[in-house]
Design a protein around this ligand. Sequence first.
Ligand code: PMP
Length: 351
Amino acid sequence: MMASNNYLGLTTHPAVVEAARKALEKYGVGAGSVPLLGGTLDLHRELEHKLAQMKGCEDAVIFSSGYASNVGCVSALVRKNDVAINDRLNHASIIDGCRLSGGTFRTFRHNDLTHLEKVLRSTEDQGFLGKLVIVDGVFSMDGDISNLPGIKAITDRYGARLMIDEAHATGVIGANGRGTPEHFKMEGQIDLVAGTLSKALGSVGGFVASSKEVVNYLRFYARSHMFSTALPPTTAAALCAAVDVIQTEPALREKLWSNINYMITNLKRLGFNLGNAETAIIPIIIGDDRTLKEVSKEVHEAGIFVNSVYYPAVPKKLSRLRLSLMATHTQEDLDDTLAVMERVGKKYGLI
Ligand code: PMP
């Protein structure tokens, strides 16, 4: 399995499973209502506190998925006279939030500070009331890290707010797995830190962490929170345990990083084009769609499950295989994958 976002293996971690089992016995399988009516349990508030603490923010609000948190948050914050400015490679859920918002939205070239500044400058004197710059912390198709310090400096200069989507960063980057702000020593400096609970955290769900005031606003204005039943108690309990494991078992992240470094080094040594890969997501750029189809069929037939990603998920001519690494991969898993990739890569002239 080289296509899972279960980066730290927490879907089956004993402490996480045990927390879910205990919650199952105590609460049953459902929350029974939306958060603001009757659905909020002590476990949900505990999870929100833990997430806020992990992200260096005053408070956090949870959603039923990362998709729901981005759609709900962006559409609640960006109003008719506001503008949202997106990195071109931002996740679809952020784009959908912009579309729903009724505000204006613009894009800047991926991680390109000069272009971000140009777009921000072009929004001046247009009467916008608020400006929100939105980036992924770690980009889902390229596995590269956003230039947060540069982006924050420009955002501040133009009086815009900054939101990051930590879906693929939480649990993976930062000395303690706290994500992109920790990686850049910028904790507490980002206006809105969003993310999913469905990847390194091992279950399902999403969150937005921010100031108390903004989180309180989102509880009422983010419609995907307000009008959707709260997470099952089993999931909330598993997630509380997962946040603890991320912070108390650094060995898992160390193993993930040793796997990442081993694969990036060896795939590069073989001669593959990995773009700007630097995290647990490793793109192997192939470019030609027909070749990608054949390569992916052969890799699957050899027993390795990888994702193939085509336009429009990635730009034309940049179609790719996408590998996702986990702390639970063994040396044998990695070496088997490298052997298959070497054989197939030579056969199709990729290396
Ligand atoms: N943001 C990013 C960057 C993602 O890759 C994803 C998931 N694939 C999401 C948000 C949505 O998260 P979820 O799967 O929890 O809905």
